[in-house]
Design a protein around this ligand. Structure first.
Ligand code: FAD
Length: 491
């Protein structure tokens, strides 16, 4: 086999992804250990991901400001996470550190929206419509620039144009020693690191209809699972309805208020049954479908009348359009501890690559807060470990050379895998009534068996994380259960 792979300069902390989680991790790593060799790799140089390139152009952050707000946040977030896997200590960390992390953003000149008196304007959030604990961060490209400037001014190395393909791990449960990455021209490099932080965002971008920000591979979960990290909550996506043509969010509750009408195949209006209308009451309090919540009956009813891709015909006033249930963000990821470490030595995860602070559902704004809090925790812990621990040098080139897929590149296969995964997820992965996970698993497993390209393999592995999570998760209409410490682990 031809092994023609170059090696990047070794670093203490390698951060995969330049979204909010990745840049917060880099900043915290450099603050904790000045002079540490911290490298951030990302496919594109500018603002990317759902953090900095999201279609709304703003991010809500959940920032409880006092003890009462922190207590309410923990209670609501923990209850909402059911029946997923939630760790109360991780939820508490969000509540405790959100304000401090938000102040750090302000020190970079990133002020949340203010009220008339100049105070950060407290906003309601999805699933918590009566609270005023969220603040809104606008001008996301400016936020990217400010964080990027800070990371580079602290000595961090930003390496755009590189996409991570797989994590390189010693055999027999050993440590992760960095990653295999690829540049625009298809050249491959091994990126050696003492500690690696996965901050590549979630799986939403794999769906045919999705709202994920641009520039993501969508396969971070696949890389983590392939490296042996425990994954949980991977079936719990945030789903929202959008206009399939414009990709604009569409408020599905208008069906319940009578402002919109659902149409069947023949164009006839479909009346909402009384029990669905009753269950849908209060849906205006949150945009995403709520796993285990009564009002998901509305989404299921619309899906019952949608086509194979989840597209339903809607009339609003004079306008008729097609609404589709789109993947918005992932609540699942690698199971992390309070420092952001996964159960794999040398491997941390943050942002949409990590879970445990969210479960089946999450409070609006809690994901951006999780990027700040656990990005910072992971960066700090990784830098300190890299400094303190005597990590023996590993043969990272040997690891890459022994991985057959690391040495093969087949862009046609990668493109075809992306197309097939998008189709399979959209047709078989939506949270329909009585959805059987087996057909999706079977389609993805046949793609897995055929994957020779490392990107295709990680992509299919990411979709399998979702499908395997779905196979062991309670159905979308199951009621909330007790918080569990036993994750539905999918690796
Ligand atoms: C439209 C929209 C609005 C949202 N609004 C809110 C909100 O108001 N509040 C909230 O809390 N959450 C919100 N979310 C969710 C939230 O924005 C994301 O969950 C969060 O920003 C994810 O941050 P991240 O750093 O984990 O990933 P991302 O921001 O997605 O960044 C991932 C980074 O990894 C890079 N990357 C991907 N693959 C690879 C690879 N293979 N190798 C190297 N780099 C890679 C990407 O290019 C990018 O730089 C919203 C999501 C969407 C889509």
């Amino acid at each position: 086999m031809d092994f023609d792979i170059n090696t990047l300069p070794p670093c203490d902390v390698l951060i995969l992804g330049a979204g909010l989680a990745g840049l917060c991790a880099a900043r915290a790593a450099l603050a904790a250990v000045p002079g540490a060799a911290v490298t951030v790799v990302a496919p594109w140089p500018g603002p990317t991901g759902s953090s900095f390139a999201n279609r709304n152009g703003r991010l809500g952050l959940h920032v409880p400001a006092d003890d009462a707000a922190r207590e309410a946040f923990c209670r609501e977030a923990t209850a909402l996470g059911r029946p997923g896997f939630v760790r109360p200590d991780l939820v508490a960390a969000l509540a405790d550190e959100a304000a401090a992390r938000c102040r750090e953003l302000e020190e970079l000149g990133l002020s949340p929206r203010r009220d008339a008196d100049g105070h950060p304007a407290g906003q309601p959030s999805c699933f918590s419509p009566h609270s005023r604990r969220a603040v809104i961060l606008e001008d996301l490209p400016a936020a990217f620039d400010a964080l990027h400037r800070r990371v580079t001014s602290l000595g961090g190395r930003f390496s755009p144009g590189l996409t991570a393909l797989s994590l390189l791990r010693d055999p027999d449960g050993g440590r992760v020693r960095g990653a295999l990455v690829e540049d625009y021209a298809g050249r491959r490099f091994v990126a050696p690191a003492r500690e690696t932080i996965a901050a590549m965002g979630g799986t939403a971008g794999l769906w045919l209809y999705n709202q994920a920000g641009r520039g993501g591979s969508g396969w971070g979960h696949g890389m983590l699972a392939e490296a042996g990290a425990d994954m949980a909550n991977t079936a719990f996506m945030q789903w929202m309805w959008m206009d399939s043509a414009t990709r604009r969010f569409w408020p599905v509750w208008r069906l319940a208020t009578g402002e919109a009408v659902l149409r069947d195949d023949a164009g006839r209006s479909v009346a909402l049954p009384g029990d669905v209308r009753t269950a849908a009451a209060g849906r205006e309090g949150h945009c995403p479908l709520g796993h285990g919540l009564a009002d998901a009956a509305l989404d299921r009813f619309v899906l019952d009348h949608a086509d194979g891709l989840g597209i339903a015909a809607i009339t609003e006033g004079e306008a008729t359009f097609q609404a589709v249930l789109a993947a918005h963000a992932a609540n699942g990821g690698a199971v992390i501890d309070a420092t952001g470490a996964t159960d794999v030595p040398g491997l941390f995860a943050a942002g949409e690559c990590a879970t445990g602070m969210h479960g089946a559902n999450r409070l609006g704004g809690a994901m951006a807060t999780a990027c700040l809090v656990f990005g910072a925790r992971a960066g700090r812990a990784a830098a300190l470990r890299a400094k303190d621990a005597a990590v023996e040098a590993g043969d990272i080139r040997g690891l890459a050379a022994s991985d057959a897929r690391a040495c093969r590149r087949d862009m046609r296969q990668r493109g075809e895998a992306r197309r097939q995964v998008a189709d399979a997820l959209q047709r078989l992965g939506l949270p329909r009534r009585d959805a059987d996970p087996e057909p999706l698993l079977a389609r993805l497993e046949s793609l897995e068996a055929a994957a020779v390209d490392a990107g295709a393999a990680s992509l299919v592995a990411a979709a399998l994380c979702f499908a395997r999570g779905k196979a062991c998760a309670p159905p979308v209409d199951s009621p909330a259960q007790a918080v569990t410490d036993a994750p539905c682990v999918s690796s």
